[in-house]
Design a protein. Structure first.
Length: 217
């Protein structure tokens, strides 16, 4: 059977976390709230709404619904100015090689991201055409660790969850993949991502044998 390989975006395909950091920091500091790299780590894989809620909670701020919507808009506008500068060079090591390997092996390939800007980012770095299916922040109502984003990808590809393999850098994303009944592969730190079935520092550490075993097992 054909397997489905589902890729997260931020932290797996590109490092957009650094741009989220700059945009959230500007916004937080603008309303008198501190924002550190450690806090940015906690926003990985977390939706835009949940991210702003966390920042406000850290700063003990309460704001109106209208102001909340305005701030989310401002953050995204600023974030998009960074995204606009992106090109192919920002694709993380061996991502393209892995995508091409899986395509050559005639496997399904999907994107499963919390970001509402996912399509635009894939277009900017010129790999949109490598994905059969894209499920992103515009398509889901429940954010990771809820499995909705990955289950929707599987459903669109008509592949059973147990035949899906998820690449994720965030703890919430690994939880989502596990809850979906999929094979979870952490990209990043072994300790942080210990709930994953396998963990690699990056795609450059994954050899053809490992990928072939996932395809045939
Ligand atoms: P946007 P992923 C996530 O992407 C990011 O990790 C997270 O920091 C961000 O808040 C979220 O996308 C929403 O992004 O504001 O562009 O809709 O890791 O799920 O690909
Ligand atoms: Mg991520």
């Amino acid at each position: 059977t054909k397997k489905a390989f589902i890729f997260d975006l931020d932290g797996v395909i590109v490092d957009t976390a650094k741009y989220h950091f700059l945009a959230w920091k500007k916004l937080a500091n603008g309303i008198g709230v501190d924002f550190t790299h450690e806090q940015n780590e906690q926003l990985k894989g977390v939706s835009r709404i949940k991210s702003l809620e966390k920042i406000l909670a850290w700063g003990n701020k309460t704001i109106s619904e209208a102001e909340f919507t305005r701030l989310m808009g401002l953050k995204n506008e600023d974030y998009l100015t960074y995204i606009d500068t992106m090109d192919e060079q920002e694709i993380l090591p061996d991502v393209t090689k892995t995508l091409d390997f899986l395509r050559a092996a005639e496997q399904h390939i999907a994107l499963g991201s919390a970001s509402k800007n996912a399509r635009m980012i894939l277009e900017k770095v010129n790999i949109l055409s490598k994905f059969d299916v894209i499920v992103d922040g515009n398509d889901v109502t429940k954010a990771k660790p809820d499995p909705e984003v990955f289950l929707k990808s599987a459903e669109q590809l008509q592949v059973a969850p147990k035949d899906c393999i998820v690449f994720e850098d965030a703890v919430a994303g690994i939880q989502a993949a596990n809850a979906a009944g999929m094979v979870s592969i952490g990209i990043g730190d072994k300790v942080t991502l210990h709930k994953a079935d396998f963990v690699f520092a990056g795609f450059q550490e994954m050899d053809a044998e490992f990928l072939n075993n996932l395809i045939t097992s």
